[in-house]
Write a protein that binds this ligand. Structure first.
Ligand code: HEM
Length: 498
């Protein structure tokens, strides 16, 4: 069998891929060596801007199978029959680190699912935590700045993190989860996923229900202590990637059971808490978990860049039968993601194979970078038209939502008790968990100015005095980390110096 040969991107044969064309054996290179120019130019374009958050990630394909009937709650194609299977893509990530960050860092994990349903893509872009640090999207960029590098030192800043958290008591619940054992899972297989926000489902009779999505790991929870993680990072920075990839190659397919909590639409107006506040969970006693189906991941991507780096998830991708909610954070996210994709991946990012729905796409968007398919039907390129172009799908309109109140800037700070749920969580920890929790917090506070530490301790105190005391005792034992460099090797030989 003859081997296929390399070509230029224009398909012409590529004669030499080892040597550049030069004027004489030791002479300068010729500009006419187009293959060299094409090769170097392509290398310059091998990266796209990384995600501003959740840059380091891993992903795999699989499917979702319905195990319980919820057609009385939703008319979505994905839930239409018990046993129905829908293809999906999952991408997991850490939040703060850049693309090269180590996997075994204490951080929230992203848990993104793209369901390729029979009525378009449904993206559930959640985390491994049921709550979040802030409850108003106006605060999100500030919060993320505290997780990223300081503009002058170019280092992560514990001061910025604790300053922001201590000035934002609504963050306490998520801070408690972050510094608990769940803040450092051994891999993506060993953690739960949550839609986190309140979403809505609506059925064929036009009734709306508020829901929370939960994905419980069938692999069990596994975590690392800080010391274990420090040791592991020194040996392997891709632990979560390796764990997920290798498990799928071994055909040990990871699975999560999907559950929902359900609240009737009118009930939201009567409950004594804000059901649309992402810093709070819904009591499992009052709103029990109902099983819906199972997510299984069973296929690794063939090409990481094409299928995972360019995968584009957005909470705005919903399908008939599934809807948003008034959660302010969710509302903010509906803008942010597709905007990021158009900038980062390209105008027509949804046309890439990994993002493309498995159903026909018929829009009236035209032209622009990456437009490599053609608008169907040459005359129907605007709407309305007389040439049988696609028409709007009125049946997909969700039931109307009743809203009330005056438009103004409502102080999100006044929205409920920031301490009750973190207190309840803390009181579930056993002694060993509390010990690790106190140590994890104290070691993350090293170098933070005293007045900021004290402000944060006052929040711990309000949640539970034992919590504050535990952290304080550990703080007194902590030794600030200095900047002493390891011994330099003065004797190192300069190559070619002899
Ligand atoms: C990624 C914005 C809150 C989960 C991103 C990205 C942006 C963003 C711009 C990068 C998207 C890209 O470049 O592809 C925001 C804003 C938020 C917010 C403005 C609040 C107003 C949240 C919350 C969650 C979350 C509350 C979880 C409950 C994620 C995940 C990713 C992500 C999992 C990675 C998606 C992927 O795998 O590609 N976010 N985010 N974000 N965000 Fe958020």
């Amino acid at each position: 069998m003859t081997r296929s040969h390399i070509t230029t991107t224009a398909g012409a044969p590529w004669p030499d891929n080892q040597d550049s064309k030069s004027a004489g054996a030791r002479g300068p290179l010729l500009l006419e060596n187009y293959q060299l120019i094409e090769k170097l130019a392509h290398q310059n374009r091998e990266r796209i801007p990384e995600r501003t958050v959740h840059a380091k990630g891993s992903g795999a394909f699989g499917h979702f199978t319905v195990t319980q009937d919820i057609t009385h709650l939703s008319c979505a194609d994905v839930f239409s029959a018990v046993g129905k299977k829908t293809e999906l893509l999952a991408r997991f990530s850490t939040v703060a680190g850049e693309r090269g960050a180590a996997d075994a860092e204490r951080d929230v994990r992203g848990f993104s699912l793209k369901f390729y349903t029979g009525e378009g893509n449904w993206d559930l872009v959640g985390n491994n935590t049921p709550v979040f640090f802030v409850r108003d999207p106006m605060k999100f960029p500030d919060f993320i700045h505290t997780q990223k590098r300081h503009p002058r030192t170019n280092m992560r800043s514990a001061t910025a993190m604790w300053d922001f958290w201590s000035l934002s008591p609504e963050s306490l619940h998520q801070v408690a989860i972050l510094f608990s054992d769940r803040g450092l899972p051994q891999g993506y297989r060993f953690m739960n996923g949550y839609g986190s926000h309140t979403f809505s489902l609506w059925n064929a009779s036009g009734e709306r229900f508020w829901v929370k999505f939960h994905f419980k790991t069938q692999q069990g929870h596994r975590f690392w202590t800080n010391d274990e993680a420090n040791d592991i990072i020194g040996r392997n920075r891709e632990t979560s990637q390796a764990d997920l990839y290798d498990a799928i190659e071994r055909q040990e397919f990871p699975r999560w059971t999907m559950y929902i909590q359900v609240m009737r639409e009118d009930e939201a107006e009567r409950v004594d808490f804000n059901p649309f506040d992402i810093t709070k969970v819904w009591s499992h006693k009052d709103y029990p978990l109902h099983e819906v189906g199972v997510v299984e991941l069973n296929r690794n991507p063939e090409n990481y860049f094409a299928e995972i780096e360019q995968s584009s998830f957005s909470p705005s991708n919903i399908v008939p039968g599934i809807g948003f909610s008034p959660d302010k954070m969710l509302q903010g996210r509906l803008f942010a993601y597709a905007d990021a994709h158009r900038y980062r991946v390209g105008t027509h990012y949804e046309a890439l194979p990994v993002n493309r729905p498995k159903v026909p796409v018929r829009t009236y968007h035209m032209d622009g970078p990456m437009r490599f398919d053609a608008t169907e039907g040459s005359d129907a390129y605007y709407e309305p038209n007389s040439f049988d172009g696609p028409a709007e799908a009125r049946q997909a309109i969700e039931p109307p939502l009743r809203v009330s109140g005056e438009a103004t800037y409502y102080a999100h700070r006044d929205d409920g008790d920031d301490y009750a749920q973190p207190r309840a969580l803390y009181r579930l920890f056993d002694d060993a968990q509390r010990q690790r929790f106190h140590t994890n917090i104290a070691s993350a506070m090293v170098g933070v100015p005293r007045h900021i530490v004290e402000r944060q301790l006052s929040h711990f105190e309000r949640a539970d005095p034992v919590w504050a005391r535990g952290v304080r005792e550990n703080l007194e034992r902590e030794v600030p980390v200095g900047h002493a460099s390891s011994a330099t090797n003065q004797e190192m030989t300069e190559p070619g110096a002899r």
